[in-house]
Design a binder for this molecule. Structure first.
Ligand code: AMP
Ligand code: ZN
Ligand code: FE
Ligand code: FE
Length: 278
């Protein structure tokens, strides 16, 4: 079994890269894809550790992008680099994304202060490592007793329709797909079920337009997908000649209901990716 979608504490997961590698080994996984949000730091830290664990590491990342045709909604794009390490140009582009995130975080801290909360950006940053996001602000609000849990932190302050929300510049998904391909990777639409496209009646149109933009894969297996979703995405992958990816979206204790290696994804999924992109 393999798991191609996991997070470490370099983004918003709770396990360190070393602890995640150990957990994957203990679970008997053959391959592990570390796909932290907007950073390769977790993957880079895990790389020297996997050989000893008898595990294959797949280089990946999860990028937050904007989809104009969905009124600028935030869409998560997975990128994988099965052939060679991401190019220096790709890493430089990630640096720009991280700077834009830092700018948002500064404004977010100010906004929360203007709402009467006593907090500093450095306090949120201290809860994260290479990447600070709203989940770290949420943990800080819990820690300071302003809210009882993460859910309430988002509901009252951090969610898109809450008073503390501030915009972050996210790259257009088409641009991100282009950067990924230039950097030597391929892009996969992450947990498509979360976009609720089928309900809105334009699942096929959106997927077709992303194929047009150069997207080459879709995340068919994911912990949020019901059996019927998985079937439908498999069918769409066939129809649009998209490669298939899959994983749990494991975040450690930050999302305790999601377990590493669930749903089960067979090694043939990785073999097919290697045959196509490796
Ligand atoms: P950021 O990229 O810093 O804007 O933070 C986005 C992350 O916050 C997402 O990937 C989720 O993990 C988390 N998140 C967003 N909305 C919510 C919510 N309503 N409840 C809990 N977590 C959320
Ligand atoms: Zn996450
Ligand atoms: Fe995601
Ligand atoms: Fe994820």
């Amino acid at each position: 079994m393999i798991d191609l979608h996991t997070h470490t504490d370099e983004s918003d997961g709770t396990l360190s890269p070393a602890a995640l590698v150990e957990a994957a080994r203990a679970r008997g996984l053959r391959a592990l894809g570390i796909t932290d949000h907007d950073t390769l730091a977790g993957h880079d830290a895990a790389e020297p550790l996997v050989r000893e664990a008898g595990l294959e590491l797949v280089c990946g990342i999860e990028i937050s992008t904007k989809l104009a045709s969905l009124r600028g909604r935030s869409v998560h794009l997975l990128a994988y680099f099965p052939r060679s390490a991401p190019s220096d140009g790709f890493r430089a582009w990630l640096g720009e994304l991280q700077e834009q995130r830092r700018d948002r975080n500064r404004r977010l801290a100010e906004r929360l202060r203007s709402l009467g909360l006593d907090l500093e950006l450095a306090e949120a940053e201290a809860l994260g490592r290479s990447l600070t996001g709203r989940p770290h602000f949420a943990r800080l609000l819990v820690k300071k007793g302003y809210v009882t849990d993460i859910r309430q932190a988002f509901h009252r302050y951090l969610a898109e329709d809450a008073p503390g929300y501030v915009e972050r510049h996210e790259p257009a998904i088409e641009k991100a797909i282009e950067r990924v391909r230039e950097g030597g990777g391929f892009a996969s639409l992450a947990h498509p079920v979360r976009l609720a496209l089928r309900e809105a009646g334009h699942e096929k149109a959106v997927i077709a337009s992303l194929c047009e933009a150069g997207m080459q894969a879709i995340e068919v297996y994911h912990s949020d997908h019901a059996a019927a979703d998985t079937e439908r995405y498999l069918e769409l992958a066939r129809r649009y000649d998209l490669a298939v990816t899959g994983g749990s979206d494991f975040h450690g204790d930050a999302k305790p209901s999601v377990r590493l290696g669930r749903p089960r994804v067979g090694v043939e999924v990785l073999e097919a990716l290697r045959a196509r992109f490796g």
